[in-house]
Design a protein around this ligand. Structure first.
Ligand code: OAD
Length: 229
């Protein structure tokens, strides 16, 4: 019996696009309608927390209405072929709902809230709104999201995972946001790297196999390509 290879996957908003969740930077993306610094930065939170809460309440309500798509499902199905580790920039829970087991959320999770007084006090809120005045241990609750201007606490763990990859795949991210985009540079020498995206991505490495498809088509193609590696 052969051991299963470690397939490490970095996903972004594009993998959830076909589920009906808007990406950020495409045409019609969220950052066209909203000012990212108003709704997704620590300064925005300090300036107008109610606006920020409402932005994430809307995202959370919408999450309840969508389903994992073929790409999320295929990544869950291939856990019997590979040792799969998903590093996601997404704050949705579609990888979980599709059945993936090893998931690292780099930018937080919509279905969790945390204390503004104690960052390690994180609570499950499901699909409920967070309102101004909702507290835990006397402190206002905030979305459990990594905002612009904040540290990315899970980054070290993500780097370690990528360093142990035997196959690395990047799916549906514009690679515009650091430090997440820098993960690409941590793939071990000789580790095959794949990128699934229907649009052209500004990629600085040459050793990347690009699958220019939407995730629902590109992810099954990726698996076909790596099955016998
Ligand atoms: P972006 O919106 O920057 O990029 C989405 C990528 O998905 C683009 O490269 C699209 O071409 C691609 N895409 C669109 N439809 C797709 C499909 N059906 N299948 C596959 N790919 C598709 O989103 P991210 O790169 O995830 O952070 O953005 C990174 C971070 O920036 C987010 O986590 C978020 C955002 O600001 C925070 O809010 C902290």
């Amino acid at each position: 019996m052969t051991t299963r290879k470690r397939l490490v996957v970095l996903t972004g908003a594009g993998i959830s696009a076909e589920s009906g969740i808007r990406t950020f930077r495409d045409m019609g993306g969220l950052w066209e309608e909203y000012d990212v610094m108003e709704v997704a930065s620590i300064d925005g939170w300090k300036k107008n927390p109610q606006l920020v809460l409402e932005f994430y309440n809307q995202r959370r309500r919408q999450l309840l209405t969508v389903e994992p798509n073929a790409a999320h499902k295929v990544l869950a199905e291939v856990q019997n072929l590979f040792n799969v580790f998903v590093i996601t920039q997404n704050v949705d829970n579609l990888h979980e709902r599709a059945g993936s087991k090893n998931i690292l959320h780099l930018h937080g999770e919509l279905t969790k809230a945390r204390s503004t007084g104690n960052p390690s006090r994180i609570i499950d809120i499901g699909y409920n709104d967070i309102k101004w005045g909702d507290t835990v241990d006397g402190y206002q609750l905030r979305p459990h999201i990594v905002w612009f201007g904040e540290e990315v606490p899970m980054m070290n763990e993500a780097v370690k995972l990528v360093q142990t990859a035997e196959i690395f795949a990047v799916i549906g991210t514009s690679l515009n946001v650091y430090p997440a985009a820098g993960l690409l540079d941590h793939a071990p020498k000789g580790c095959p790297i794949y990128l699934v995206d229907p649009n052209d991505i500004n990629i600085w490495r040459r050793d990347v196999t690009v699958i220019k498809e939407k995730a629902s088509v590109g992810v099954p193609k990726l698996i076909e390509m790596i099955k016998n590696e």
